[in-house]
Design a protein around this ligand. Sequence first.
Ligand code: FAD
Ligand code: NAD
Length: 363
Amino acid sequence: QVTDTLAKEGPSSPSYDWFQTESLVTIVIYTKHKDINLDSVIIDHQDDSFRAETVIKDRSYLIHLGLFIFFSVQVVENVGKIEIVLKKKENTSWKCLGHPLVDHNSFIPKKDTGLYYRKCQLISKEDVTHNTKLFCLMLPPSTHLQVPIGQHIYLKLTITGTEIVKPYTPVSDSLLSEFQEPILCNNKCIYFLIKIYPAGLFTPELDHLQIGDCISVSNPEGNFKKSQLQEVEDLFLLAAGTGFTPMVKILNYALTHIPSLRKVKLMFFNKTEDDIIWRSQLEELAFKDNRFDVEFVLSEPISEWNGKRGYISPALLSEFLKRSSDKSKVLICICGPTPFTEQGIRLLHDLNFSKDEIHSFTA
Ligand code: FAD
Ligand code: NAD
């Protein structure tokens, strides 16, 4: 009975069609679902295989074909319809659309799909703090991938013969550049703020990559939805250390796309002043936009530090989380080391914030 109900409520299966001109082939995916945008489709063309994965709710629809063409790809957003335009290698009429490969035309739960990787080139690497760097990776020309706000990808490197995979959350290239969703340089570059741990397994290797070297980047994952920001009036961001990374795009998006927004407040927990990522940009943004405030809290400050001190606590939160009005719609995002996030969630429940008002970022 339960399965029946779930099956009825699940999205109906998408389908596709294709048509051609002398030089172009267009594949049209009918998702049968309205909430589809450019984030929803990921396209790759590697080793003569063409792959278009469309994420529809918690399912994944795959077009997977052997297509022997050189192509450029374009995705046109429409009401539930995705058009992918391919350029033929030679101007001939096609009798069929390539040949089907593994899982072609399947529509399966996203959790069962496994991660798909493509190789990206390291374009630049800049120091941000004493141990955190801004990495820019460039997608291959034949890939269309936009990481949705609040989601992460996995980076994969082979270290002493073993494949190691770790999650990272893309950011914008800066807090102050005009918000362009979600990636810059013609939708081909993805930026990451990554802390290098000298005794860590993955980050020292990542730090050894040279400009021009390649690293594998997975499809996005994560359960944050932009719709959680809809109609929000007060947005509170609680970030510790690199737990700041998901807040970057959320902050930019909220300030530019949410008309109901009255206030965004970031409480940023770090050990020392030197650890604060993009401090001057945060201060500049707070100066320029009076809807935004930032407060720094240090757990290992020098004695001269005039600001707030300590770990996340009831006193810090109850003072910080003031609604702009009694009934204002609130969202609180929290991210950082696991004990920080867990403690924060407990304290937020104690302060009577509901589950719907809290989003925590975890793996
Ligand atoms: P690890 O080998 O995991 O070690 C990390 C630190 O712990 C080192 O100091 C190491 O010495 C110490 N350590 C390791 N093992 C032990 C042990 N047994 N006992 C005591 N100490 C130990 N990080 C970012 O910088 N930027 C991001 O955008 C980002 N996004 C993330 C998104 C998600 C969803 C998640 C879950 C994590 C994210 N992280 C991010 C963290 C990232 O995935 C890695 O955990 C981080 O880069 C550390 O990797 P590492 O292999 O270099 O270090
Ligand atoms: P850090 O060690 O520099 O600590 C930053 C602050 O976290 C501290 O100043 C303190 O206020 C707080 N904190 C640390 N330990 C605490 C504890 N036991 N109890 C309460 N508060 C505590 O942080 P870091 O090295 O930058 O690590 C950031 C963490 O955020 C990593 O564990 C990383 O995996 C996680 N992260 C998760 C995501 C995600 O899930 N989406 C994204 C980015 C980072």
